[in-house]
Design a protein around this ligand. Structure first.
Ligand code: 5GP
Ligand code: ZN
Length: 139
């Protein structure tokens, strides 16, 4: 499987840096975002390193979408948001900051006024962990 030694998500896949892991199968993993735009913000990624949407093998897009759907269903059950955006950035102009393909599962609340680029403020890890435990129990 392709990996990039300098890629933070490849390190998460390899287990060399920790994450709140929600789900894993042969081709994908899902985990909590550490700079959440909202409570319950999670990411679904392929295990193999592909920089963006353009580089993704189509069959792997299907696998990541299945994982994102599984996470979204669990987020809905666990946190009951008013909506969920699936967000995916390609290139600097789209504010992509990690060049390993990922789908954001981004819970929304009516009136949260979350912008497309929500800024990367470090999350409160106790709060991220509490949301992780609720979603993990629902997955
Ligand atoms: P992008 O800006 O590329 O659309 O999204 C990258 C996401 O990865 C950001 O929301 C950011 O918070 C998240 N992220 C960056 N580094 C880490 C990390 O080390 N662990 C986790 N769990 N998320 C990360
Ligand atoms: Zn990578």
């Amino acid at each position: 499987m392709s990996a990039d030694a300098n890629c933070i998500f490849c390190k998460i896949v390899a287990g060399t840096i920790p994450c709140f892991k929600l789900y894993e199968d042969a081709d994908t993993i899902a985990f909590m975002d550490i700079n959440p735009g909202n409570d319950g913000h999670a990411l679904a990624i392929p295990k193999a390193h592909h920089a963006d949407f353009f580089a993704m093998p189509p069959a792997l897009l299907g696998a990541v979408s299945r994982t994102a759907q599984r996470v979204a269903v669990a987020v809905q059950k666990a946190l009951n948001p008013d909506g969920i955006n699936l967000v995916q950035a390609n290139g600097k102009g789209a504010e992509q900051s990690v060049f390993h393909f990922h789908l954001h599962v981004l819970p929304r609340r009516i009136g949260d006024e979350l912008k497309m680029n929500w800024g990367h403020k470090p999350g409160d890890m106790a709060r991220v962990k509490a949301n992780f435990e609720k979603i993990k129990a629902a997955i």
